[in-house]
Write a protein that binds this ligand. Structure first.
Ligand code: FES
Length: 170
């Protein structure tokens, strides 16, 4: 079958691959680079388990064609913290019971990282268009829930996830 060359940098490491143009970014990561931290839940953009950062913005990797990422930078859960020294948001998820089974956690962590970055950049409220932008430390539970609504947790660990985000953002 016809393949297309794609160059991507994943967690700071440059890769050049020849791929079937139908391959998703999620399958590039999991099947071609053996980075299996990003999970495949629904494979149709509904659950958020596959959330990664693409040039710093969160995306559902199952919905992105790998060949469209040519020249871009991807950050996955493998690029957040290290086994010896977790990132503060990862420690906070442990401390505040932000997970049970853990399947959605990589996506939740990447979304949390993006959420705090969005707040730092002063993006406007997503629940009140008239409200002034607030810092990460000022995010309400409601605002966090809305900004994290693309990441489903079937164990229902949402209160712990919000606590973890509050703890790191404060
Ligand atoms: Fe991508 Fe569910 S696997 S959103």
């Amino acid at each position: 079958p016809r393949t297309v060359g794609v160059s991507v940098t994943v967690n700071g490491e440059a890769h050049r691959l020849d791929l079937d143009p139908r391959v998703s970014l999620l399958d590039l990561l999991r099947l071609h680079l053996d980075l299996t931290g990003s999970k495949k839940g629904c494979n149709q953009g509904a659950c958020g388990a596959c959330t990664v950062l693409l040039d710093g913005e969160r995306v559902n990797a199952c919905l992105v064609l790998a060949v469209s990422c040519d020249g871009q930078e991807v950050t996955t859960i493998e690029g957040i913290g290290t086994p010896e020294a977790l990132a503060p948001i990862q420690d906070a998820f442990i401390e505040h019971d932000g997970f049970q089974c853990g399947y959605c956690t990589p996506g939740q962590i990447l979304s949390s990282v993006a959420l705090m970055d969005e707040a730092a950049r002063g993006l406007p409220s997503v629940i009140d268009v008239d409200a002034p932008p607030c810092s990460a430390a000022e995010l309400s539970d409601e605002e966090i829930s809305e900004r994290m609504s693309g990441n489903i947790c079937r164990c229902g660990a949402y209160p712990g996830i919000r606590k973890a985000i509050h703890a790191v953002a404060s």
